[in-house]
Design a protein around this ligand. Sequence first.
Ligand code: URA
Length: 192
Amino acid sequence: MTGSNLDDCSSCKACELASTRQSVVISRGNPNANLMLIGEAPGAQEDAQGVPFVGRSGRALDQLLRDVDLDPEHDLYICNAIKCRPPNNRRPIKAELAACRSWLDLQLEAVDPKVIVLTGATAVEAILGIKGGMTQLRGQWQSWNERAVMPIFHPSYLLRNPSKAAGAPLDLTRRDLATVQQRLCEPCSASN
Ligand code: URA
């Protein structure tokens, strides 16, 4: 166990990334939300500001969330599978994911989300243990510890595939997030 209190995360030195990071990037958004979104790892902007998803990918993500009536600051809690930037934005290695896992588990325990969105293959592998195959997995509800889990494409993939055509990755991701938004609203419509 790396730590037992999320407050200790900012001083974590459990892996090599501690020596190259500027910031430990923990979360943004609402810790009381029913929805938690997990990405891969901080990039350069996130490392500089100490906040997840604030660079180009983050702006693309926020726009998609707003498109489906989800407020990025109030309707969800946003974090990453690992909290420190890998040099040159390479994919996190297994040892880094393992070293950081207890922080992610503390976040999951504290937020206790009903629904989890996993953006990209790293988050999918970290939580569901499924490798690759995002094209098949995205948009398909999964389950983890009795929580509904929705894998979606990573916003950096969407930036590389900007087509606005129906059925293109951007459109599919908007539909996946709309499905998530509807699921979050199910209890409200059931009680009306
Ligand atoms: N990509 C991620 O997966 N997370 C961030 O915080 C930024 C970019």
